[in-house]
Design a protein around this ligand. Structure first.
Ligand code: SF4
Ligand code: SF4
Length: 124
Protein backbone atom coordinates (compact mmCIF):
# COMPACT_ATOMS: atom_id res chain seq x y z
CA UNK A 1 0.00 0.00 0.00
CA UNK A 2 2.78 2.39 0.97
CA UNK A 3 4.71 1.48 -2.17
CA UNK A 4 1.69 2.20 -4.36
CA UNK A 5 1.12 5.55 -2.66
CA UNK A 6 4.75 6.38 -3.18
CA UNK A 7 4.47 5.63 -6.92
CA UNK A 8 1.31 7.73 -7.24
CA UNK A 9 2.91 10.71 -5.54
CA UNK A 10 6.04 10.34 -7.62
CA UNK A 11 4.03 10.27 -10.85
CA UNK A 12 1.95 13.24 -9.77
CA UNK A 13 4.89 15.52 -9.11
CA UNK A 14 7.49 14.35 -11.63
CA UNK A 15 7.57 15.69 -15.19
CA UNK A 16 6.51 13.67 -18.25
CA UNK A 17 8.92 10.99 -19.42
CA UNK A 18 8.34 11.88 -23.07
CA UNK A 19 9.51 14.98 -24.95
CA UNK A 20 7.06 17.51 -26.40
CA UNK A 21 8.00 16.58 -29.98
CA UNK A 22 8.40 18.38 -32.38
CA UNK A 23 8.95 21.46 -30.18
CA UNK A 24 11.77 19.66 -28.41
CA UNK A 25 13.84 17.24 -30.47
CA UNK A 26 16.41 14.84 -29.24
CA UNK A 27 19.95 15.29 -30.59
CA UNK A 28 20.57 12.37 -32.99
CA UNK A 29 23.29 9.82 -32.28
CA UNK A 30 26.62 10.28 -34.07
CA UNK A 31 25.96 7.36 -36.43
CA UNK A 32 22.32 8.17 -37.18
CA UNK A 33 21.46 7.89 -40.87
CA UNK A 34 18.91 10.65 -41.37
CA UNK A 35 18.93 11.66 -45.02
CA UNK A 36 21.38 12.17 -47.85
CA UNK A 37 22.34 15.60 -49.16
CA UNK A 38 23.91 16.53 -52.47
CA UNK A 39 26.96 18.77 -52.64
CA UNK A 40 26.44 19.36 -56.35
CA UNK A 41 29.52 21.58 -56.76
CA UNK A 42 31.67 18.48 -56.15
CA UNK A 43 29.83 16.21 -58.56
CA UNK A 44 31.74 14.92 -61.59
CA UNK A 45 28.73 12.99 -62.95
CA UNK A 46 30.52 9.65 -62.86
CA UNK A 47 27.20 7.87 -62.16
CA UNK A 48 28.66 5.60 -59.51
CA UNK A 49 25.97 6.54 -57.04
CA UNK A 50 23.23 5.73 -59.54
CA UNK A 51 24.76 2.32 -60.25
CA UNK A 52 25.23 1.52 -56.56
CA UNK A 53 21.81 2.59 -55.29
CA UNK A 54 19.82 -0.52 -54.36
CA UNK A 55 16.55 1.41 -54.41
CA UNK A 56 17.11 2.89 -57.89
CA UNK A 57 16.25 6.33 -56.64
CA UNK A 58 19.19 8.35 -58.03
CA UNK A 59 19.25 9.66 -61.59
CA UNK A 60 22.41 11.30 -62.92
CA UNK A 61 22.32 13.19 -66.21
CA UNK A 62 25.83 14.15 -67.26
CA UNK A 63 24.69 16.05 -70.36
CA UNK A 64 22.24 18.23 -68.45
CA UNK A 65 24.50 18.30 -65.36
CA UNK A 66 21.69 17.31 -63.08
CA UNK A 67 21.61 14.92 -60.15
CA UNK A 68 18.31 13.88 -58.64
CA UNK A 69 17.05 11.60 -55.94
CA UNK A 70 13.60 10.40 -54.97
CA UNK A 71 13.85 10.78 -51.18
CA UNK A 72 10.72 8.69 -50.64
CA UNK A 73 12.28 5.63 -52.20
CA UNK A 74 15.62 6.13 -50.48
CA UNK A 75 16.27 3.54 -47.78
CA UNK A 76 19.17 5.61 -46.37
CA UNK A 77 21.62 2.75 -46.79
CA UNK A 78 24.55 5.10 -47.42
CA UNK A 79 25.90 3.23 -50.47
CA UNK A 80 25.91 6.39 -52.60
CA UNK A 81 27.93 8.22 -49.95
CA UNK A 82 30.30 5.27 -49.80
CA UNK A 83 30.98 5.07 -53.54
CA UNK A 84 31.06 8.78 -54.40
CA UNK A 85 34.71 9.63 -55.14
CA UNK A 86 34.38 13.36 -54.60
CA UNK A 87 32.22 13.64 -51.48
CA UNK A 88 29.41 15.06 -53.56
CA UNK A 89 26.88 13.24 -51.34
CA UNK A 90 26.88 13.45 -47.59
CA UNK A 91 24.81 11.77 -44.91
CA UNK A 92 22.87 14.12 -42.69
CA UNK A 93 21.92 12.96 -39.18
CA UNK A 94 18.51 14.65 -39.22
CA UNK A 95 15.38 12.91 -40.45
CA UNK A 96 13.35 14.41 -43.25
CA UNK A 97 10.44 16.58 -42.25
CA UNK A 98 6.99 15.46 -43.38
CA UNK A 99 5.75 16.90 -46.67
CA UNK A 100 2.40 17.20 -48.43
CA UNK A 101 3.63 16.43 -51.94
CA UNK A 102 6.02 13.75 -53.09
CA UNK A 103 8.61 15.28 -55.40
CA UNK A 104 12.17 14.33 -56.32
CA UNK A 105 15.05 16.53 -55.23
CA UNK A 106 16.83 17.83 -58.33
CA UNK A 107 20.20 19.56 -58.23
CA UNK A 108 21.71 21.34 -61.21
CA UNK A 109 25.37 22.19 -61.50
CA UNK A 110 26.33 25.47 -63.14
CA UNK A 111 29.49 25.89 -65.19
CA UNK A 112 31.98 23.26 -66.31
CA UNK A 113 32.15 19.87 -64.59
CA UNK A 114 35.00 19.94 -62.04
CA UNK A 115 38.17 18.08 -62.86
CA UNK A 116 38.67 14.76 -61.11
CA UNK A 117 40.79 15.14 -58.03
CA UNK A 118 43.45 12.41 -58.33
CA UNK A 119 43.36 12.02 -54.57
CA UNK A 120 39.65 11.25 -54.62
CA UNK A 121 38.80 7.80 -53.31
CA UNK A 122 38.74 5.05 -55.88
CA UNK A 123 40.36 7.10 -58.66
CA UNK A 124 43.94 6.26 -59.62
S1 SF4 B 1 21.23 6.16 -49.32
FE1 SF4 B 1 21.03 4.19 -50.39
S2 SF4 B 1 18.93 4.14 -51.11
FE2 SF4 B 1 19.35 6.27 -50.56
S3 SF4 B 1 20.00 7.21 -52.48
FE3 SF4 B 1 21.85 6.51 -51.42
S4 SF4 B 1 22.25 4.46 -52.25
FE4 SF4 B 1 20.14 5.00 -52.76
S1 SF4 C 1 29.07 9.29 -57.35
FE1 SF4 C 1 29.34 11.39 -56.61
S2 SF4 C 1 30.44 12.41 -58.27
FE2 SF4 C 1 29.62 10.54 -59.11
S3 SF4 C 1 27.63 11.15 -59.98
FE3 SF4 C 1 27.24 10.45 -57.91
S4 SF4 C 1 27.31 12.31 -56.68
FE4 SF4 C 1 28.28 12.78 -58.61
Amino acid sequence: MFEMLNTILKNLFSGPVTRPYPAQRREPFASTRGQIKSVIENCIFCMRCQAACPANCIVVDRKEQTWSVDPYRCIVCGMCVEVCPTEAIIMNRHYRDPVKHREPIVKHQEGPIPKINPKAKGIN
